[in-house]
Design a protein around this ligand. Structure first.
Ligand SMILES: CC(C)(COP(=O)(O)OP(=O)(O)OC[C@H]1O[C@@H](n2cnc3c(N)ncnc32)[C@H](O)[C@@H]1OP(=O)(O)O)[C@@H](O)C(=O)NCCC(=O)NCCS
Length: 143
């Protein structure tokens, strides 16, 4: 993800989420301090999806994963998640964690099939809605 992608990323964010991240929040994750990952998938130059995550010691936390509505259901979310987890493995992370809305069956299904399991519930994490905390153990040999 680059500065030039931010308007398109923020537009997708507004399309998909009731509590969208601002351009400034994404901009923060473009800083090259060795602790952040921010990637975009493009089609014909246009942003189709993105993922943001943070490396904390031996843990990777997925902060955001999204695919524009018109591109959903074609395997892009799975590819973005696989890429993020490969980045984490290549930095010797042993664990990946994330929060997801308890009602988001599509994302929860994707995470489960990618090796995540539910380990906790954060009550009213998203306003009135609970978050599931999901965790995957990362096997460096799979990188
Ligand atoms: C969740 C999201 C990133 C998935 O991306 P995607 O490109 O649509 O998903 P993919 O095409 O890669 O499919 C991934 C898996 O989800 C399943 N899936 C996709 N769309 C689905 C749907 N509408 N209902 C049920 N399962 C679905 C697919 O079958 C696939 O599993 P499989 O390959 O094992 O069969 C995307 O739907 C999205 O951006 N949603 C809105 C934002 C969001 O909820 N982000 C996650 C926040 S934690």
């Amino acid at each position: 993800m680059t500065e030039a992608d931010l308007p398109a990323v923020a537009a997708i964010e507004r399309q998909l989420f009731p509590d969208p991240w601002s351009e400034n929040l994404f901009r923060d994750d473009l800083r090259d301090d060795g602790r952040r990952m921010a990637v975009c998938l493009r089609s014909d130059g246009a942003v189709a999806g993105y993922a943001v995550g943070w490396f904390v010691e031996d843990e990777f936390h997925l902060g955001n994963l999204a695919v524009a509505r018109e591109w959903q259901g074609r395997g892009l979310g799975k590819r973005l998640l696989a890429h993020a987890l490969d980045q984490a493995r290549s930095r010797s992370c042993r664990l990946a964690t994330l929060e997801v809305r308890a009602s988001n069956r599509t994302a929860i299904g994707l995470y489960r099939r990618s090796g995540f399991t539910e380990v906790a519930v954060r009550k009213r994490y998203y306003g009135a809605e609970d978050a599931l905390v999901m965790l995957a153990e990362l096997d460096a040999a799979r990188c």
